[in-house]
Design a protein. Structure first.
Length: 87
């Protein structure tokens, strides 16, 4: 699924969460969903916590974020010890 081809799921409105992308019809931001997933939450955990979401909403949020990163070419800062061998 390409999130950009499904504009009905992810929406940004300056009157909602200062314009952050959210799941349409909610105040649940793409950022919140990504943070929860990065902390180890599963799709089922998110569906339990936010019962009005669907698995397609969560997939659309992840796809939207991937599209943003791909389009913006976001650079990741190199860590101070990047040249050192890892133990």
């Amino acid at each position: 699924m390409d999130s950009m081809s499904e504009p009905s799921r992810i929406h940004a409105d300056p009157r909602v969460l200062c314009g952050k992308p959210v799941v349409r019809g909610t105040r649940i931001s793409v950022e919140l969903l990504l943070r929860k997933l990065s902390e180890g939450a599963t799709v089922n955990d998110l569906l339990d916590a936010y019962p009005h979401l669907t698995a397609d909403d969560i997939r659309a949020a992840v796809a939207f974020a991937a599209d943003v990163v791909a389009d913006d070419g976001i650079a990741v800062a190199e860590s101070r010890d990047s040249g050192k061998a890892r133990r």
